[in-house]
Design a protein around this ligand. Sequence first.
Ligand code: TPP
Length: 280
Amino acid sequence: MELELHPLEKYIRTEKMPTTWCPGCGIGTEAQAFIRAVDELKIDPKKIVIVSGIGCTGRMPHYLRFDGAHVLHGRAIPVAIGIKLARPDLKVVVWGGDGDILSIGGNHLIHAARRNADITVIMNNNFIYGLTGGQVAPTTPKDTLTYTSPYGPDSKPFDAVKIAAAAGATYVARWSTAYPVLLKESFKKALQHRGFSFIEIISQCPEIFGRINGFKDPYGLYQKIRKIGQIRRGIGPFETKYDWNEEITLGEFVNKDEPTYLEQLSQIIKEAQESGQDEA
Ligand SMILES: Cc1ncc(C[n+]2csc(CCOP(=O)(O)OP(=O)(O)O)c2C)c(N)n1
C-alpha cells in the first residue's frame, strides 16, 4: 500500500527533519500557518523566497520548501529588498527573531517601512535571544527575567507594532501562537499586500524564557500568552498595549494602499528621463 502524504508535506523539507527547534517552541505553529496561507492562496511555491538572519527563527528557509537565503544576523531585510528589486515577480518574505529584526536589524526595519518596500516581514517575538542562550532582547517585557537581566530588563521594551506603524509600514498586525487561524488569515493579507507588511507573532520559548520565568512546561507559557493576548478590532496602532501583566494587544492595526518602493523609484526615473536630467 502506498503511503498517503499529508497535503502540506510538499511545502516542507522532510529530509531536514527533525528540526533544531525545542519541543513546545511556537515557531512550528507559525510555519504551519504560513504554509496553509500559501496553499489556500494557491501561490506557486517557486514564486516565494524566505530570507532570514541568524537565530532560532532563522532556520525557517532550511525547513520550508521555498527558495531561501539564510544571511547575516540582522541583515535579512536589505537582502530581501535587493531580491525584490531584481525580481519584482517574487513574493519576498523576511522571517526573523525580535533580536534580529529590532536590535541589530532595527535600522533596516524602519527604513524598509518608510520606503514601503514591497516585502513581508514576519517577526517571531519570544521575548528573548533564543539561539544564543537567553540574553535580554529589546522586546523583553518589564517584570520578566533573562539570563543577562536576572533582576529584570534595564530599559522599557520596544513595541514593534508602534515602531513599524510610525515608520510608515502600510500593513501592520500582531498575533500570537494561540490564534493560528487568524495568523494564517493575516499571512494571506500580507502576502497579497502591495508594499511593506509587518506581522509580529507573540510566541512561546519554553526552554529558555519559560524556564527562567518559572513556567514548568510549554503549556503554562502558552496559556499565559493566550491570556494576555487580547484581540481588539477597529483600533489604531498607537492605542495598542504591550504589557506582560495586563495585555499585549493583538489584531490588525494598519492596512492602507500607498505607492511601493519600486513604483516610487520607477516614477523618479521616468520623470528624470522625460525632463532630460538623466543625460547629465
Ligand atoms: C553580527 C552578529 N552579532 C551577533 C551574533 C550572535 N547572535 C546570533 S543569533 C542572536 C540573537 C538571537 O535572538 P533573536 O534574533 O531574537 O532570535 P531567536 O533565536 O530568539 O529566534 C545573536 C545575538 C551573530 N551571529 N552575528
